[in-house]
Design a protein around this ligand. Structure first.
Ligand SMILES: Cc1cc2nc3c(=O)[nH]c(=O)nc-3n(C[C@H](O)[C@H](O)[C@H](O)COP(=O)(O)O)c2cc1C
Length: 262
């Protein structure tokens, strides 16, 4: 009960940035309570529920450097999650190393202040990302990294990320640079992402060599038919579910989704 009570009352305060929190009066003898539901610590049974509350409060906004054991556990967790992903039938696995998520915090000197083998030099800061990928690649046998999706990933208010980019695609210059630097036998594809909002922009990025593939995120939240809209402006026919396509293309496949071509 105490957990639910504190979860509802002070839980929301813990999550909103206080440096020090003092919870309400806690009785040292049962007869000292003001109400029967007061918090108390007159018995060892009362340690565990309060310890959970303390642990939760400490977990909020108090970054702690992961121990080496923690890092190894994390890598194992990635491998285990990959096993579950395959079991669920997914075709690919995206290891998220941007946007201030954990791997990104190791990569960037802005957030990685560690000493030792996971901090400092570029080689050390990239160690976790590479260890995760190598362990996953081993687990996935013949599979390996096929695609590098290039993001910038704001994680600190002092970071200045330029909003300039070809046709509004502000991160495409980065993928263009990465593509140039990894261009080899073409076995590693490079993709661009970030404010790609039209078929023309997507096509331009591919043709101008900024990327091999483009990804679209938020624009899909606005318009789930974004692929359709992109295809329409480019005059490309796409597969649609039968239930959707017959009224658009005609029952016999006649007609076209694209009004202004052919
Ligand atoms: C709700 C939401 C969830 C996201 N989740 C992921 C993710 O799991 N992995 C990833 O690599 N990027 C993720 N992203 C980032 C997008 O892939 C993309 O990099 C970012 O939104 C910029 O592209 P956009 O302008 O087309 O949205 C997410 C974005 C949004 C809006």
């Amino acid at each position: 009960m105490i957990l639910i009570f504190f979860g509802c009352t002070v839980g929301g305060i813990f999550t909103r940035g206080p440096g020090l929190s003092i919870i309400e009066a806690t009785s040292v003898v049962p007869e000292g309570r003001v109400t029967p539901s007061d918090s108390g610590l007159w018995s060892d049974d009362q340690i565990a529920p309060l310890a959970e509350i303390v642990q939760f409060a400490h977990s909020q906004n108090q970054p702690n450097a992961m121990t080496k054991k923690g890092i190894w556990g994390l890598i194992r967790a990635f491998v285990e999650a990959a096993r579950r992903t395959l079991k669920a039938g997914f075709d690919d696995i995206d290891v998220h190393g941007a946007h201030g998520y954990l791997i990104h915090t190791f990569l960037s000197p802005v957030s990685n202040h560690r000493t030792g083998e996971y901090g400092g030099s570029f080689e050390n800061r990239t160690r976790l990302a590479l260890e995760v990928v190598v362990r996953l690649a081993r687990k996935l046998a013949e599979h390996s990294v096929d695609l590098l999706d290039v993001s910038s990933g704001g994680m600190h208010p002092k970071q200045k990320i330029s909003s300039e980019g070809p046709m509004g695609a502000y991160q495409a210059p980065f993928s263009g640079d990465v593509k140039k630097s990894v261009a080899g036998d073409g076995s590693l594809l490079v993709s661009a992402v970030g404010l790609i909002k039209s078929g023309f922009a997507a096509q331009h990025l591919l043709e101008a060599g900024f990327a091999d593939i483009v990804f679209v995120g938020r624009h899909f939240q606005k318009n789930p038919g974004a692929v359709w809209a992109f295809a329409e402006v480019l005059g490309v026919d796409i597969n649609l579910a039968h239930q959707i396509s017959w009224p658009v293309k005609g029952r016999g496949g006649r007609g076209s989704l694209v009004a202004h071509t052919k």
